[in-house]
Design a protein around this ligand. Structure first.
Ligand SMILES: [Zn+2]
Length: 70
């Protein structure tokens, strides 16, 4: 299994958005097959990545559900 990364630019850094507040985002990094949360903030700790979570690339315009990267 190849490491998960952005299919367009190859970065492993992404962010996720709070469905209830588009301005609240949380940065994540994909490390092999696990998700590493880059910030530990009380305001964003409830944001977790699941298969249907929309991931936004940190470097380009790519975004899609997490399961599409697997
Ligand atoms: Zn990208």
């Amino acid at each position: 299994m190849s490491p998960m990364k952005c299919p367009d630019c190859g970065t492993r850094k992404f962010y996720i958005k709070d469905p209830d507040d588009q301005y609240t985002i949380r940065e994540v990094q994909l490390d092999k097959d696990e998700v590493v949360y880059l910030d530990e903030d009380d305001e964003t700790s409830h944001l977790q990545v699941s298969n249907d979570t929309e991931l936004f690339c940190d470097r380009c315009a790519w975004h899609d559900k997490f399961k599409k990267l697997k």
